[in-house]
Design a protein. Structure first.
Length: 143
């Protein structure tokens, strides 16, 4: 049996094939609610069940994670990159950094912006764990 280049029977895709075929990625929405500190183990996430979820739909074998600071990492899993795979990759790069070295130590979420790059996710960080969702422009005044 010859294996196809684009899809294996698991349905896991190569990110470059998605771009060629114009298939858009969707990021799992729970990644924006984790409140996870990037220099702590992913097992410290409150809801550990979310770690087993696939990071993207459709699932991909590897995906680049781009930080606005300029750092780029790659999360890999031949069965499809999970949220845990992405957090493990980020943790490995940050586990030796002290809290005071991190301006924004908490994960705010991942964003797929096909205009910037089809094959990577932008990683958003924030100062505090309490806020949810992606950083947005703050409204002036508050009632």
């Amino acid at each position: 049996m010859a294996e196809g280049d684009k899809k294996k029977d698991t349905g896991v895709m190569n990110i470059n094939d998605l771009e060629k075929e114009g298939i858009e990625l969707k990021v799992h929405p729970d990644t924006q609610r984790l409140g996870w500190k990037i220099n702590t183990s992913p097992t410290t996430v409150d809801d550990s069940n979310v770690l087993k979820e696939l990071l993207t739909t459709p699932p991909v074998k590897k995906i680049d994670l781009h930080f606005t600071t300029g750092m780029d990492l790659t999360a890999r899993n031949l069965k499809g990159v999970t949220i845990k795979d992405a957090l493990d990759t980020i943790f490995k790069a940050n586990k030796k950094r002290a809290d005071d070295e991190l301006d924004n130590p908490y994960l705010a979420g991942f964003e797929w912006d096909n205009e910037e790059s089809w094959t990577r996710l932008v990683v958003h960080l924030q100062k505090e764990a309490g806020s949810t969702g992606m950083p947005k422009k703050k409204k002036k005044g508050g009632e």
